[in-house]
Each structure stands twice: as C-alpha cells, then as structure tokens.
Design a protein around this ligand. Structure first.
Ligand SMILES: *Cc1c(COP(=O)(O)O)cnc(C)c1O
Length: 454
C-alpha cells in the first residue's frame, strides 16, 4: 500500500507511539491534573461519577484539555462529571451516602434508582427497533429506517473515553439488561442477505474503533462478496479521531486498519467514518491531523456529527470555526443534533428555538462547502425531526419541521408545523399549530407502537 501514506509523515511531531492509559471512577484520585481543583468540586465530581459513567484517557487529559481554563474548558466539560449533571435531590441523596461512607452495594442500589429516573432508554430503542431473523430477535442490531441497519458489535461496546452527555450512557454503567450488543457476525450477515432493501450498514457502539482490526475485518470483509452487492455503504460511528487518533497512526494494528478500509473502498463500497466532533479543539493536535490524513488516503470519507450542548458548543462561532476547519481538512459536516432526552440532559440541553438560531448563525458564517450539516435534528422515536426554522403564518408563530428520516419513509421531507414555544427542548413538548390536535404522523406511529407491544 505504498501510496496510502502508511508511515507517519516525516517532520510531524508528537506522533511517538503513546501507550493507551485510561482512568475510571475508581482511579479518580490518581489524576494529578484534578488536584488543582477545590476539594468541594472534586467531591461533587466523584458523587456524579457514582451514577453516570466516567472514563477518560491520558491523551484527552494531556493534549485536549486546557487546564488553565477549567472548569469552562469544553473538553473538560465533555469528559469530566460536573456537579449540575444530576437533579439536585438525587445529587444530595448520593452525596449524603458517600459522606457517611455507605458501602458499595448501598451506593449501587442508590445509583440504579437514580439512573432509572434519567430515562435510560430514549426513543423506544428496546422495543421498537429490534429486527427479527427467523422469528428470533437480534438484540445487537436495530433496523429503524429502511435503508440502514445499525449493528452493535460486542467487542465495540466501550469507548476510548466517555462523553458526559452520551445518550447511550446506560450501557456503560454495568447494568447488563440495559446493554444491547451482538457478537454474531453470522446473524448480521444472514440478516443483510435477506434484506435487499438495506443499502447501508452503520456499525456503532460504544465505539467500534476500540476493536482490534481483525475483529472489524470479520464483520466487514465478508460484505465484499457479490451477495452483499446491495450493501453499498459501510459506516462506522466513532469518536476515536478525537479520543485516540493513535488508532490510525501508531497503534500496532493501525496500518492493518487502513489496509482494511482501503480494501473495502477498492471493492466498490462507500466507506465512511461518522466522526463525532464537538469542538474545533479536537481537530487541532498534530496526531489528530495525521490520523485524518491517513484515513482520507484510504479513500474513506469522514463525515462529522455532534449534538449542540450547553457548556460545550452552544455558540455559533464555535460551530462555524469547526465546520470551516473540517471542510478545509476534507471532512464533510453531516448532522447537528439536539441533545437527547436522557441522562444529564438538564445540564446540556438548549431550547429548540435557540438551537435553530445557533445553527442558522453558524451556517451564515461559512461557505457552501461547509453548509452540508443538517439540523438541528432530534433523533426521536418516530424519526429524525429537523427544526427548519421559525415562521409567522397568518399571524401564528410556528416552528417549521420536517422528517430527515422517518419510521415510515413516506413521512420524510413533508413540512409540518408546531406552535412556537421558546422553552421547548424536545419533540414531545411541541403541539401542532393552527389548532390541530395531532401531528400528521401520530395516528400511524401509535399503531406501530401498539403492534410492537411498546
Ligand atoms: C440516524 C440514524 C440512522 C442513519 O440515518 P441517515 O439519515 O441515513 O444518516 C440509522 N438508524 C438510526 C436508528 C438512526 O438514528
């Protein structure tokens, strides 16, 4: 593979093969950088980490966080637990238990109780989207939109670090029943064989890029065969380009990974990393740039997506800078998401009206090549709903909405209208405009839910 730049570029510094080193809640006190924070702050962070997942690696601590700007630093906010992430009463209950030195099992029972109140399974993921093979449910897969199957490989159910706002947080806190994972390459392939309408496979997690290359290959390489001709696009959802770019540059199987991507591209597949970037900072280190360069050299495309989050990126300038940098580096902005209705949402959520303003303001600052991101988009139970804007129609102020994706493809791209509400943060808080009682899709969606027993 001489043309694909498998050797790190000469002259780029900071690319020495770093060893992956990770800290979790149990190693909290070993993170030296935290010692500079006040005791009360450290205590509050530990309390939150008893409930919400926490995992951060050395690269994030040393290279991405500007510790002089803590606690306001965006990468600190996205990787370290913050006091405001739990409802006050829950926080106080857990703080009291930690203070009085409650034992492990007491803390666990309390944590589980608090988690149950944080909507751990948004958008009916457990009942509504599980595909069947010969009448048997395939728990490590979701098939919600006709073209695209989601696959959760069992070896990819963690991440190099965790995001504090993760919408799949429930699967990282040890509750087995909250997890969906599959180690069945065979059932994935069997399902795809029987579903010629599926054009896209989207591998997700956790982060599939925590897997060794040979595991990834076991899932992906067989799809080169002619019987999978209909599966045109292979997408991998990942935050590794931010959290561990070494995966593509200096890890022992980095070159093997690039060769795998190249092979899939050469076989005629569209290969896309659906890369999660929340802030331009994540694109700035030499190794992050080198990882991007190497992935692009394989012929794979990097598309970028992220939620809009208070404390991290609720600023049009941040998005405009990020999208401009991405476009310059050859990345394609894809989605701006609305923070989901789960976990620490209270800390991160931005009203839909404000989200739209930020999106629009950012769009206006960039050229057409960086205006490819759709949003702000809510991944809700009936589909992905985009806030297209605010309008005044015959004297009524309304949100103009559309489905980007729908459980029924026929819902897609029909404008519909909700009463304007300055404080609403999610679809379930919106009401139809013009005195109507239901949105156009609701009767049909109710029927789908009843049929699924949800
Ligand atoms: C977003 C999403 C997809 C992919 O949708 P695209 O619009 O094709 O990117 C597939 N399945 C689920 C469940 C999703 O949320």
């Amino acid at each position: 593979m001489p043309q694909s730049g498998l050797q790190p570029q000469a002259g780029v510094t900071g690319l020495e093969g770093a060893r992956f080193q990770v800290y979790t809640e149990r190693q909290f006190d070993r993170i030296e950088a935290l010692q500079r924070l006040p005791d009360a702050t450290r205590f509050a962070m530990r309390v939150v980490a008893k409930v919400l997942p926490f995992r951060v690696n050395r690269y994030v601590i040393d290279e991405l966080i500007d510790w002089d700007r803590v606690p306001d630093d965006p990468v600190f906010q996205l990787s370290f637990p913050q006091p405001g992430m739990l409802p006050e009463a829950d926080f106080e209950r857990m703080a009291a238990a930690v203070r009085r030195g409650a034992d492990r099992s007491t803390l666990q029972v309390l944590a589980r109780d608090i988690r149950a109140g944080l909507n751990p399974h948004p958008a009916g993921q457990q009942q509504l989207n599980v595909p069947l093979l010969d009448g048997q449910p395939l728990p490590g897969m979701q098939h919600k939109y006709r073209e695209t199957v989601l696959f959760f490989p069992s070896q990819g159910q963690t991440c190099h670090s965790y995001c504090t706002f993760c919408f799949r947080w429930a699967q990282f806190v040890g509750d087995r029943e909250m997890r969906f994972a599959s180690n069945e390459a065979e059932s994935l392939h069997a399902y795809l064989r029987r579903h010629p309408e599926v054009t896209d496979l989207l591998m997700t997690g956790g982060d599939p890029m925590v897997m060794k290359t040979h595991h990834l290959a076991a899932y992906l390489e067989p799809l080169i065969a002619p019987r999978f001709e209909h599966v045109q696009t292979l997408r991998i959802g990942t935050k590794s380009l931010t959290f561990w770019p070494q995966r593509y540059v200096t890890d022992p199987d980095a070159d093997a990974l690039l060769r795998l991507l190249e092979k899939l591209v050469a076989a005629g597949k569209h290969v896309a990393l659906m890369a999660h970037y929340n802030h331009g900072r994540e694109l700035d280190t030499p190794i992050a740039r080198e990882a991007i360069r190497r992935v692009r050299d394989t012929g794979a495309v990097i598309r970028t997506q992220a939620p809009l989050l208070r404390h991290i990126n609720d600023d049009a300038g941040v998005w405009a800078d990020m999208w401009r940098t991405q476009a310059r580096l050859g990345l394609v902005p894809y989605y701006m998401f609305v923070e989901r209705d789960t976990g620490a949402r209270r800390y991160f959520e931005v009203p839909l009206a404000r989200a739209w303003h930020i999106y629009r303001d950012a769009m206006q600052q960039v050229s057409g090549v960086a205006r490819t991101a759709r949003g702000p988009s809510m991944s809700a139970a009936p589909g992905k709903v985009e806030v297209q804007g605010v309008a005044s129609i015959r004297g009524e102020k309304v949100f103009v909405l559309r489905f980007i994706q729908g459980r029924n493809p026929d819902w897609v791209q029909r404008p519909f209208f909700a009463r304007y509400d300055e404080t609403a943060t999610w679809l379930d808080q919106l009401r139809p405009a013009f005195g109507e009682s239901r949105f156009f899709f609701e009767d049909e969606f109710d029927l789908m839910q009843r049929e699924a027993g949800a």
